[in-house]
Design a protein around this ligand. Structure first.
Ligand code: 4FV
Length: 248
């Protein structure tokens, strides 16, 4: 997977992508990252990338041509058949694990990070395959969205996370919230580690963790449970959790 980010702040993206799992994956060549600044594709001596909005109103709008030429340059560098062009914006499809998993086997993802009030709609409509949103709020640019997408998809690439398992165990990967995690010390003034995790019975630990994931999803994100069909064992575990919660 190669990520190309179209951004007025290339260093912001390159710096942030240097850290942690993403940074290691890039240095190991497991994923690639290039940045393209639309200002480098402007045709006027003032290197203009934005202009006033037709119809008036506050702020500025990003111009079509510098973005078009920057995306073309990114495409021409790779000629990847399986390439998707995505614009990050509040008008987009809400990003979730399923959406990212669906594109995780592409060779190239071109991520367009807007700034100002937004981007000329003719660019989004004619050049972008999709629009994705981080969430129902407005931030100052698409770079953070692009970095979230890069981080989440990089974790799904083969060889990036230690044992293959860990990506699958990621919360949301099975449509459920994660179970609670504990580490040393066993005893704290604020509580102790659940006994089942100390007894070494891995079947019981697996069962307890699934029950916690089901229960926490039921308590905190019932919307996710509605999207999921539970098998009999999961139904049984959730029922147990509900009884235990009521008892408490
Ligand atoms: C955003 C979001 C977002 C809107 C105008 C950048 C800003 C400015 N991007 N998910 N929510 N973008 O608020 O992705 O250009």
């Amino acid at each position: 997977m190669h990520f190309d980010v179209i951004t007025l702040f290339p260093d912001m993206v390159l710096q942030a992508a240097k850290y942690g799992v993403t940074g290691k994956a890039i240095s190991r060549g497991l994923v690639g990252l290039s940045v393209w600044n639309p200002r480098d594709y402007t045709l006027d001596k003032h290197r203009t990338v934005d202009d006033r909005p037709y119809g008036g109103g506050p702020g500025m709008v990003m111009k079509y041509q510098p973005l078009f030429d920057a995306v073309s340059a990114a495409q021409q560098t790779r000629h990847e058949p399986r390439c998707k062009i995505v614009c990050l914006s509040p008008q987009g499809t809400l990003i979730n694990q399923a959406l990212l998993t669906d594109v995780s086997d592409y060779e190239q993802l071109i991520l367009v990070a807007g700034r100002y009030e937004g981007i000329d709609e003719r660019f989004i409509a004619s050049v972008c395959d999709e629009e994705w949103s981080l969430g129902d709020y407005v931030i100052s640019g698409g770079e953070l969205g692009a970095l979230v997408v890069i981080d989440a998809i990089t974790r799904l690439q083969a060889g990036v996370l230690g044992d293959e398992d860990s990506a699958k165990q990621d919360s949301h990967s099975d449509g459920l919230l994660d179970y609670p995690h504990f580490t040393r010390p066993e005893q704290l003034s604020v509580g102790k580690v659940p006994a089942v995790l100390l007894q070494g019975d891995h079947a019981q630990i697996k069962r307890w963790r699934l029950k916690q994931s089901l229960g926490r999803t039921w308590l905190r994100r019932p919307d996710m449970l509605e999207k999921k069909t539970l098998n009999t064992e999961q139904e049984k575990l959730l029922k147990e959790f509900k009884i235990e919660v009521d008892v408490k």
